[in-house]
Design a protein around this ligand. Sequence first.
Ligand code: FRU
Length: 727
Amino acid sequence: MNKIRSGAILCLLFLSMAFQSVAHFKDAVAVWNFKSLDDKTKENSRLSAYGNVLFVKMNSSDAQASRVRGGDGVSAQFNGGWLAAGDGANNELALAGKTASFLIRVKPNNIKGFVPLIGKDGNAQSVAYRVALYEENGNVFVEALIGNDHVTGAHQLKYKLPKETINEWHDIVFRFNGKIAQLYVNGVLGDQEVVVGEIRDWNQKPFLIGAQLSSQAGYATLADKDVAFKFDGLMDHVVIWNRYITDKELQEYSGVKELTDGRPTYYGEKYRPQFHFSARRNGLNDPNGLVYYNGVYHLFFQHWGFPYRPVNNKDWGHAISTDLIHWQQTDDHITPHKIWGGAWSGSAVVDENNVAGFQTDKEKPIIAFITNIGAGDTVIGGRFTQCIAYSTDGGKTFTYYDQNPIIRNISDGNRDPKVVWDEGSQKWIMSLFMKDNDYAIFSSANLKEWQHLETLKLEGVSECPGFEPFAVDGDSTHIKWIFFGANGNYIIGSFDGKYFTPETSAQRGDYGSSFYAAQTWSNAPDGRSLHIAWMASQQYPDMPFSQQMTFPTEMTLRTTKSGIKAFRLPVREIANLYDKTWSWNDRSLTKGADLFKELTDELYDIDIEIDVKTSSLVEMKLRNVILSYDVAKQTLSLGGSITSPGIPAFLMAGTPNYAPLNLVDGKIKLRILLDRTSVEIFGNDGEMVMTSCYMPEQDERNYSLTANSDIHVVRGVVNSLKPAWLK
Ligand code: FRU
């Protein structure tokens, strides 16, 4: 045999081997290659056609591309028609369990609005799985949904098709392994989501190709009038497996030499906070389970998805940091277990002495206290109980305690357990929100059994409690307890291990419009009281995320002329981000003179002490934010493009963005953190704090510090900041 011929034969042999391995779509549950309505697997989930679907031969180059991927050069042409297979032969399309894969080779024609490809759908609450295309603002996305038994609603994965390829052939693969779901388009990983649990197995809708049922329709009424959306274009094949297909298979079915990662890079988006934590994607609210262990700060957070995961059915997202500044969101979640309706807010502690008995090896257990909102029935569990999950691997994974709940429902909506150690009584103390202004306090020796100590009403305070001991002015012989609620309002008093005795009325903890649900880190090093809160805002346009956290602050209790007060200042670790520095000492400014005219950056830490001298108005303009100090009234107000928060006004503390700020010997001190969409103001060493979000104009980089007469800058330092996310 000459060399050329043997080469050709080898090549043919190789190709036919490749075709063989591909052509069979190994172990598939269903393979429709559209030579007919039959499913090519042994169990024939034969399709029924509604309206016109034609089986057409492809032109030679398309046919070749089809064959390379295991197809057969014939495709189905949809133009008003669609196909259905009920639950398939022997229910095989009613997939259940923790693994599944879907392959669809498709060439769309006209894409307007929503275009279904395949699915056992219904709506986001009942969907088992679906793959679709949709058009939004001129962009076309591939969307994959999976509904599972851990959450109501569905997880959405999506990928924007490159514009010039929209009407070409696409190999779409959606696969799920009980932990993660991935969407590949043409061998490119377009999206990935943590999806723990099993595929929703109670979907009552038939499997359709090329159409989606209107939400009311079911099997009985399956007819053309029952479909709400249709597909227009060609399909080469549709394949379904009840297993997670391998990378190698995925690569072959996509006709690519290797798989690539085409996921967007997050954290550089137009409205993305640059040194405040936000979830990589989807929304967040309260910080949860804040705990420091072995050099790592853990930040869990209420995590929800849009548009398909309703806000009640949250789980705990997770991020870690070694310096409170640079956060890395991990892929694990604490998800509501099968019997949980949703994991609402709570806290975490390190069980140093293994009093709960969960320790298995060297690592001290971390125990998370979670409100399980339940669903009010016997299957899903009672409403609003307190449950625990524990970690024996330093916070990487959590296990649900099999004796949950640890505290049964007391009153509807009771929630947000915060646990702290009380040196005095040598007990763990839990504060728990009941309803309105009522809270309960419990104690425990083993973190599992809790004794109810008291229920008390704290006017001006509601939701997410923080109940913690403090050494006033740093004096460890002078301990007072602070009790704060979600709006930041706080009461100071004494605690004897059984009863809390308030000694003040509710003080205002934050004067901004975006401060809510603060929590302190348990087990923080050096006894620091480290806080972070949810910085509520509306949704910024076209962002893959929603909401952000405040910058972490350190709280102290100090004696002032008007009694003991809580002070908060940004954590000193912010210096890790400092870039350029400007500083002024003893600088006098006359009317209209501008101290900040040189500033042109985007992110700042400003620290300044001003003697107001003869001025009655001192004004700072920071991009789209305006801060005005009224000397006669001794008040600071924040204006400009401040955004309205996403939480109801009645939960906020008083008039937002307006605060008393005393002149001390004719001077005020202001510390200001300015991020892309937020501003945090700490007045007079943190006695007054104002936390708000604003809407920036992209090119607005003007800054000024001026007054209507003479002022004197005693001391001023401005540091521009490097983004914490992008290297
Ligand atoms: C506060 C809050 C909590 C609740 C959580 C649910 O923002 O309402 O009381 O646990 O959010 O996400």
